[in-house]
Design a protein around this ligand. Sequence first.
Ligand SMILES: Nc1ncnc2c1ncn2[C@@H]1O[C@H](COP(=O)(O)OP(=O)(O)O)[C@@H](O)[C@H]1O
Ligand SMILES: [Mg+2]
Length: 269
Amino acid sequence: MSLSQSAFSTQSASEHQTPWAIEFHDVHKIFDNNEHVLKGINLQVPWGETVSLVGNSGTGKSILVKMLIGLLQPSKGTIVVAGQDVKGLSEMEWMPLRKRVSMVFQANALFDSMTVYENIAFPLRQHLQMPEPEIKERVAEVLEWVLLPGIEQQYPQELSGGMRKRVGVARGIVTEPEILLYDEPTAGLDPVSTTVVDEMIRRFQRERGVTSIVITHDLKSAMNVGDRVALLNQGVVWASGTPDELMNEEDTFVRGFFEGYRLAMELLQ
Ligand SMILES: Nc1ncnc2c1ncn2[C@@H]1O[C@H](COP(=O)(O)OP(=O)(O)O)[C@@H](O)[C@H]1O
Ligand SMILES: [Mg+2]
């Protein structure tokens, strides 16, 4: 099937009222134990762009995306999603945004007792009133997107880790979100599944105009999928730019962070 002719619509920035899909303005996060993890995050993601978010473990990357979907509240600052300030929104007020923003979680949060079909259909039943034949068509289509056609009747336990992850991604995209947030989508995946997931992220962007933040430890993935890379350090966006810009950055921390990647790339040439 040609994906550009699929049932999914393509978005373009001109249809939106603001130039930014995602905005963080001076966002702080201080936990009850006084741990001040985020100390003034400024990051704006225009519609249609993919930003790779990198940084050492524990720097607050997951916290950032959790705040974007209301799982955590910022201690200070402003977060705007699709033009809407999300601070203090009630669950009811979140509803319209929930369909537009989807998160692909770090862990495979599939329901083991449900088939792949039921797992992927779940958010459609939860958020959209959709007749069963259409649900069937959507599920089949997203399974093709993740290169797992026809596995509807299998159970998660019957699948490899990489396949489960891709089913998780399929569930994340089935509601046709405009904004997709990926937290370590390739963690623990074999190289083939990693390439499939990276390629998929790129296709969502190219063919459907999806805006994404991709948190990853894999610098090769970060460079491949990101139009821009943002590096989190000491509670702030320490550096951001195109992959080329970051590779040529003089700052000591940035150079150190990408040194291993740079060496690996040089060895491959
Ligand atoms: N719910 C929480 N309560 C207290 N501290 C937390 C909570 N969630 C995260 N943290 C702290 O914030 C830090 C950053 O978390 P996280 O965003 O998961 O880092 P990353 O995803 O960059 O590895 C953690 O090291 C932890 O100390
Ligand atoms: Mg994390």
